[in-house]
Ligand binder design. Structure first.
Ligand code: NAP
Ligand code: ZN
Length: 339
């Protein structure tokens, strides 16, 4: 069908530059919707995918999984959203909808889950197609562009903070103040925690305090970590690299938890006694379910939480990706795709 032809920005090889290209979307399934993309945030996972760090990338690769758009078509079994509705889409585009995880509303844990830009063209293109459950209506109160990054970055930090870490009076540390980290400060503060920001970029101090941190630690400075030993209930690492894990585990109080959402390329190493003494936990967290996204949006709307963004037209996708790669984004690049 002529109207299924879509233009987007695609890389044809590992680490390659993106170029405008045309492709055809597959026929819409009965439980899917087609969404015309207005805005798309750039997550560091798009860089990992472009570089095929995780060995799951299919080329040509059209990145983009922080999408705001409008439903333009719906399959004949769709009932949750209708054409004309403004929706957001994050990392996940589908799941089996039948396994124990899908049935209990934890679709992001389904073994059949698919990424919106993994083996499918993502939000750096005019249209995407997803199962209706993963096209989530946006509260009226939220600004479109600033909300795009909530759909991956936002829920990825909100979920562990909400489930495991941040509540009234808890001491939370956010490690890495990038796209995810600057949202994590805002959500942790909104959930009642006392928030410390750990950053390798001293120039981010004032903005980290403005996002809601009560303390900024310049983590490269010698001795900056040790003076906070045994201080934290919860540490969230959003860093896409290896850290001095034993030093961060020392910062936890007994029963404290270090949770990883950032993906480093090296295995995480620490001596057994880093976690045995003080009965500490090390865990990971992955995106969030549609239900968690809806709760995160509600909290964002109530507390006026949004990403601090820098906008670029889709035609400048390569320049925008380079800024993310070089830690120059402040704090999330958002592409104007069809707005
Ligand atoms: P980002 O915007 O690039 O921010 C990452 C921040 O980490 C940087 O701003 C920097 O903060 C710090 N950093 C970068 N390189 C570092 C290094 N070598 N050593 C120490 N600190 C460093 O990235 P993002 O979009 O927030 O994504 C962060 C990570 O989360 C990526 O690995 C991404 O794939 C992952 N992610 C995971 C999930 C999940 O479901 N688990 C979902 C989305 C993203 P400072 O300048 O403050 O030091
Ligand atoms: Zn992401």
């Amino acid at each position: 069908m002529a109207d299924q032809k879509v233009t987007g920005y695609a890389a044809s090889e590992r680490g390659g530059l993106l170029k405008a290209s045309e492709y055809t979307l597959p026929e819409l399934r009965p439980d899917e919707v087609q969404v015309e993309v207005s805005w798309c945030g750039i997550c560091h996972s798009d860089i990992h995918l472009l570089d095929d760090d995780w060995k799951i990338t299919a080329y040509p690769f059209v990145p983009g999984h922080e999408i705001i758009g409008t439903v333009v078509k719906s399959g004949n079994k769709v009932s949750l959203v209708q054409p004309g509705m403004r929706v957001g889409i994050g990392w996940q585009r589908s799941s089996c909808l039948q396994c124990e995880w899908c049935r209990q509303g934890e679709e992001h844990l389904c073994s059949q889950n698919e990424g919106v830009c993994v083996g499918h063209p993502g939000g750096f293109g005019q249209r995407v197609q997803v199962q209706e459950r993963f096209a989530i209506p946006i509260p009226e109160a939220l600004d479109q562009e600033q909300s795009a990054p909530l759909f991956c970055g936002g829920v990825t930090v909100f979920s562990p903070l909400r489930r495991l870490g941040a509540s009234s009076g808890t001491r939370v540390g956010i490690i890495g103040i990038g796209g995810l980290g600057h949202l994590a400060i805002q959500f942790a503060k909104a959930l009642g925690a006392d928030v410390t920001a750990f950053s390798t970029s001293p120039e981010k101090e004032q903005e980290a305090l403005d996002f809601g941190a009560s303390r900024f630690v310049s983590s490269k400075r010698t001795g900056s970590l040790e003076r906070l030993n045994s201080h934290f209930d919860f540490l969230l690492s959003t860093v896409p690299a290896s850290l001095d894990w034993p030093a961060y585990l020392n910062l936890l109080r007994p029963n404290g938890r270090l949770c990883l959402v950032g993906v480093g390329s090296e295995p995480v190493h620490f001596p057994s006694f880093s976690v045995i003494g003080g009965q500490k936990h090390v865990s990971g967290s992955v995106i969030g379910s549609p239900r968690m996204i809806a709760e995160m949006l509600e909290v964002a709307a109530r507390h006026h939480i949004g990403a601090q963004i820098q906008k670029e037209p889709l035609a400048r996708a390569n320049e925008a990706l380079a800024k993310v790669r070089n830690n120059q984004a402040r704090y999330r690049m958002v592409l104007a795709v069809g707005s």
